[in-house]
Design a protein around this ligand. Sequence first.
Ligand code: ASP
Length: 454
Amino acid sequence: MAPAWIRETFNGELSLTAKIAIGMTLGLIVGTLFNVLNIEFINEHVVGGLFGMIGKMFVNALKMLVVPLVIFSLICGVAGIGDIRLLGRVGGRAFALYLMTTAIAITLAIFVATVLGPGHGFEMTGVNASGIAAKEAPSVWDVFANIVPTNPINAFANGAMLQIIFYVIVLGIAVLMLGDRSKDFVRGCEYMNELMMKIVEIVMNFAPYGVFCLIAKTFAEQGIDLFIPVLAYVITLVSALFLHLFVTLMLLLWLLARLDPFKFMTKIRPAQIFAFSTASSNATIPITFRCVTQRIGADNSVASFTVPFGATINMDGTAIMQGVATVFLANVYGIELGVFGYLTVIGLAVLASIGTAGVPGVGLVMLTMVLNQVGLPIEGIALILGVDRLMDMIRTVVNITGDAVVSTIVAKQEGKLDVAVFNDPDAGVLTGDELEIDLEAEAALADAARPPHD
Ligand code: ASP
């Protein structure tokens, strides 16, 4: 049977996923066209102005959902977990799997890059390396020490995800300890969680326009000419990213959870499109969470923790970029890294991905640490700067797919995955009806809110 969005597309009403896919394709065409035309007025007022404004509003709207959604869904997750030992098990499993997938990703990247050997015989001409400085690698001890916030309000305000997760889990455990006295609080959080998911649906309905503007802006600004000099790097990177996405991750899903990778891929597609358009795992958290719970069938008690945790500590795509870029630059500069050098890259990329948030361009910052550590010139980054936005978009898709795969595996292994939902092609598909306001209920609410006549 054809996927839900195709059936709906040809039965009349377009499904939301179909509309978003159309927005993306149109964005690609319009953006490329504007790039070729290169008219100053359009570049300034349409691309930089209108598209920039709508795209930013859309990403901001997604970001505004992240912190409240994580807080309320996680409180409900901890309160509803039933057995507190399960929380420790879920955390341990997810952490181990996240580390494992990132380590596999970067090893695969170094292997692919060594075989394809991009960068040999590269001509260094016209490279502007000004303004690129190395960032120090954070110490492992600091990364862990900083997980405990001194001020939770500060952590919420800054969106410091690991601190938020830590604080909310402690809060959730205290809620469980208070037992019956927490009943009303938990009910309130459940309601807030539902409310947040409703806002996710509202924002998702604007996605076709938001995605169109983001993609059109990127492609209008990124000319094909940027890709020609570093084509070998781009081809190697994209090959490694696709290998990890379609082979490693899907194999893991099948081996560890015995689930159909094809069904999984259809269900995670909306989150992948959002990740591609925004280049931010963090901003995509609400959509990844929705896909993992409502389309794939993972229980809130697992997904409310594993999804935001993964968006922060798990960056398979970013790690792959570190590996390919390091080998590429080593070849460009004719420097031999040796086994020890490669092991350093693997260790550092895994560690760096734990300590850094999933936001656009953070991969480049991590790369400065890696290059610094193995003694490669930081200025080399200027070579790949021009193509980084598009590479960022693709690696973010890999990042969030990794988060969803691990969340699904952990949920399945803990008996917290509703297989009927996973197998139902229509589960959680948005049609637009869910945004209709129930007029009778609205009138009743307004009545209840009106002050009584005396
Ligand atoms: N943009 C990526 C993310 O948000 C991080 C990166 O590779 O720059 O996951």
